[in-house]
Design a binder for this molecule. Structure first.
Ligand SMILES: [Zn+2]
Length: 300
């Protein structure tokens, strides 16, 4: 039975308390996913990570982690590459402790290479090293999850992510629909078909386990010349992409998905997304594999 899980990127805005108590709060408000944000560095202790993992298991909250932003595995500078791989290793270790299933990260930049393909190759080289390091230390729980990124100077097109994931072992894509929209100047992710094509490619080229669940981010987004500028809330009509087309694509394909809200109002928009998906199911406007009697959506 297809299952859609929703949750915030980081600590919910309405919650004041320690991180390890967040799962109970999410359960109470009707959400069942959480992306732990280590975007400025992985600082969580083993003890706290384990506690968070226990609470998440108790309340059936699926955990993922966003690794530090400051990673460029395609850098021309050796020290920067090493530091990036180190940060990613720390994120894998902490995720293993808390039983987070995926470590989301931005692979790096094309800058300095004569082609995008070479930059992607550099990323793969580093991830292969990382895999060995992780294996040697036994931190083999989480999937490495390269994200589709929001700027056209960043490694992270759908092609890049598929190439990376097909080149290393335990890898699954993290699809940020807003980023794909922004890096293509609002000319992509405009229709249900755009979304379905991405899902189908991932499933076909990387295997059906990568859509069970497909790890995804959503918010609205503002873009400029180079792509991503700022994330926006779902009710701001002047911005895209449209959540309803993404939801419809999930229901039509019948995939499982984790949807992390990266909207400025985090959990409020996660709940709003659930509401919109339920309306789609009710109005019967699409031919879906996931009908209301045959799908599990976060309690909401
Ligand atoms: Zn990200």
């Amino acid at each position: 039975m297809p299952k859609l899980r929703f949750g915030p990127a980081g600590k919910p805005l309405g919650f004041k308390g320690p991180m390890e108590k967040v799962p109970g709060y999410l359960h109470k408000i009707g959400l069942d996913a959480l992306e732990y944000e280590a975007v400025r560095g992985v600082r969580v202790s083993k003890e706290k990570a384990c506690l968070l993992g226990e609470e998440a298991a108790k309340y059936d909250i699926v955990l993922s982690m966003h690794a530090p932003y400051y990673i460029n595995l395609a850098s021309k500078e050796k020290e920067k590459i090493e530091a990036g791989r180190r940060r990613l290793f720390e994120a894998m270790r902490a995720s293993h402790w808390m039983n987070a299933y995926a470590v989301v990260f931005h692979p790096g930049y094309y800058k300095g290479w004569s082609s995008k393909e070479i930059a992607v190759k550099k990323v793969v080289e580093q991830l292969r090293k990382l895999e060995d390091e992780v294996k040697n230390q036994g931190y083999t729980g989480p999937w490495i999850a390269p994200e589709t990124t929001g700027k056209d100077s960043q490694v992270g097109s759908v092609d890049d992510i598929i190439e990376i994931c097909s080149s290393i072992g335990k890898c699954r894509p993290a699809v940020d629909w807003a980023h794909l929209y922004a890096r293509n100047q609002g000319r992509y992710i405009l229709s249900i078909d755009d979304v379905i094509k991405v899902i189908d490619r991932i499933e076909k080229e990387l295997g059906s386990h990568t859509v069970k669940p497909l790890h995804t981010h959503f918010s609205k987004i503002e873009y400029g010349k180079g792509g991503e500028k700022t994330h926006h809330t779902l009710r701001e009509e002047e911005y895209g992409p449209d959540w309803v087309i993404v939801c419809k694509a999930y229901l039509i394909t019948g995939i499982d998905a984790v949807i992390i809200s990266e909207s400025p109002i985090l959990e409020e928009d996660a709940l709003y997304m659930i509401g919109l998906c339920r309306e789609v199911l009710k109005d019967g406007s699409i031919k879906a594999k996931a009908t209301s009697s045959k799908i599990i959506i976060s309690p909401g």
